[in-house]
Design a protein around this ligand. Structure first.
Ligand code: ME8
Length: 510
């Protein structure tokens, strides 16, 4: 049995979740579910990032204190994740006392190790990014991501000696080629390190909404510097060394590509400065785009898109929870950018879900009802579908291990396709009740059983429903799949139920 500690970025609690935040969260959830299915001991962490200028501004604009505001918004994230069936084990808020304790402890170690010093900082700041830009990196004085004017800031701050870690980071990357995936994103991080690292300002005196600096109470930590440490708070850094020793070497951060620099440069350097190995692995996802632009809250606020079009709960009402999850996992490789469009959700739904999966389950349950008196026949040992099932299982397992839900689902759908083709060739619906039809349906039911197991990380609700319809007890998510998803495990005899269509077709506008 392995261990798998998966984290999402902690989302800014300045505004409600949108489908971009749901994208990373659903992917992390499916990966967590796969690893539980594989029999691993899993810890899945998500949460909200609640400090910083942006939060203080959003609270003031809405007439609340920062704490009142983040209480409300953080709750909206929990609600959205509950609707989306996100199986997190821990939800962290950076305003919790446990986080303050870990941040102060971790940063005191770095301070004592001599990597923090004081100086004056001057630069161009983007409040939406909570980040400084050099004039060269800016877009003519504007933020290259938000296209809003950058503000000149000058502060006496505490600094982290990031420049001291250039060589050690390069060494670490060389020794750990799988630290950042995919390769293109690893190269981006490496290019950044090789371009030369400047020390970073890690505290603020301009705001009070943050974690106080233990050795200088006039300052609070800069929001990014406190946020990254959440990954250690959740495993008890400073409180429980055993927990850290168990989980940290098995840590996987899933992040969006705009925060590579923080997670792949700053964060490993911070860990090194504190005498801790960096996280085990960072996987970088691309962006969901609308009209080529990153889909997000700022965009909605600027009127670029209709907020209701990107609100996850509204989308689940329109398409269903599992179909939305399926779309987010299946449409784009986790690492690439992809255009988000309601028409593509409809197309995926009608093709993959209604025509392929839904149709397969409907056909099989209907024929078993009419030709086998609704009792599931047992599978045969040497069915031609056996090979298709074994190869789908193997393909899916490798893909999930590689952080490639899209490929895992393609592999799963290859078994759905093979089973539909098998049924079309043999046309059991034309056969008389008897041994022949029993043999075909026993094999088709076995293929569907394995499909239900393989789709369960992506569509947990649908998988349970299929399980029930093909007359099985227990759950498709019972681990470990290596024993469970093997051809010939079911003995037959269950009561098969014909239900309403799993995925009623959606009429598209065209
Ligand atoms: O950056 N496409 O929080 P955030 C894909 N608080 N993923 C998207 C997306 C899109 N259009 N929009 C957002 C922060 N995301 C910090 C993180 S971690 C220590 C601190 C996802 O609310 C993606 O994972 O801006 C991105 O990295 C994250 O949401 C940013 O969320």
């Amino acid at each position: 049995m392995g261990r798998f500690y998966i984290t999402t970025p902690i989302y800014y609690a300045n505004d409600a979740p949108h489908v971009g935040s749901a994208y990373t969260t659903v992917n992390a959830d499916a990966l967590a579910r796969w690893h539980r299915l594989a029999g691993d001991d899993v810890k899945f962490l998500t949460g909200t990032d609640e400090h910083g200028q942006k939060m203080a501004d959003a609270a003031a604009k809405n007439g609340f204190s920062p704490q009142e505001w983040t209480d409300q918004v953080s709750e909206r994230f929990r609600e959205a994740w509950s609707v989306l069936d996100i199986s997190y084990d821990d939800f962290i808020r950076t305003t919790e006392p446990r986080h303050y304790a870990t941040v102060q402890k971790f940063l005191s170690v770095i301070y004592e190790n001599g990597y923090i010093y004081t100086d004056v900082y001057k630069g161009l700041y983007c409040v939406s990014c909570e980040d400084y830009y050099t004039i060269e990196a800016s877009d003519d004085g504007m933020c290259p991501i938000h296209h809003s004017p950058l503000t000149e800031m000058e502060e006496e701050n505490w600094f982290f000696r990031l420049s001291a870690f250039e060589d050690r980071l390069l060494e670490y990357y060389a020794e750990n080629p799988g630290f950042v995936t995919p390769e293109t994103k690893r190269n981006e991080a490496l290019a950044f390190i090789k371009s030369g690292l400047r020390d970073i300002s890690i505290t603020r005196t301009s705001i009070t909404w943050g974690v106080p600096v233990p050795w200088d109470e006039r300052h609070v930590f800069y929001v990014w510097y406190d946020a990254l440490i959440n990954y250690l708070t959740a495993i008890g850094y400073g409180q429980d060394d055993d927990e850290v020793a168990i989980w940290w070497p098995n840590s996987h951060h899933l992040i969006g590509k705009e925060i590579i620099r923080f997670h792949c440069v700053w964060w490993p350097a911070m860990c090194m400065a504190a005498g801790l190995e960096p996280a085990h692995h960072v996987h970088v996802n691309g962006w969901l785009l609308v009209g080529g632009e990153k889909l997000g809250k700022t965009m909605a606020a600027e009127g670029g898109v209709n907020l209701t079009d990107i609100e996850p709960i509204a989308l689940t009402k329109e398409f269903g929870v599992d179909p939305l999850r399926y779309y987010l996992l299946r449409e784009t490789a986790l690492g690439n950018d992809g255009e988000f469009a309601l028409e593509s959700i409809v197309a995926r739904y009608n093709t993959d879900l209604a025509n392929n999966l839904g149709n397969l389950v409907a056909r099989v349950t209907t024929v078993v009802a009419s030709k086998c008196a609704s009792v599931a026949p047992a599978p045969s040992g040497d069915s031609p579908l056996r090979l298709a099932a074994e190869s789908a299982l193997q393909g899916a397992a490798h893909a999930w291990e590689d952080f490639a839900p899209q490929r895992a689902l393609e592999s799963t759908w290859s078994l759905i396709g093979a089973t539909n083709a098998y049924l079309e060739t043999l046309a059991p619906w034309k056969m008389e009740p008897g041994e022949q039809v029993d043999a075909v349906m026993g094999d088709a039911l076995e293929a569907i059983r394995i499909v239900a197991i393989l789709v369960s990380p992506a569509m947990p609700g649908v998988a349970e429903e299929i399980w029930r319809r093909i007359g099985l007890t227990g759950s498709p998510a019972s681990a470990p799949f290596s024993r469970y998803a093997v051809w010939g495990q079911s003995a037959g005899g269950g009561r098969v139920v014909k239900g309403d269509p799993l995925f009623p077709r959606i009429k598209s506008d065209e």
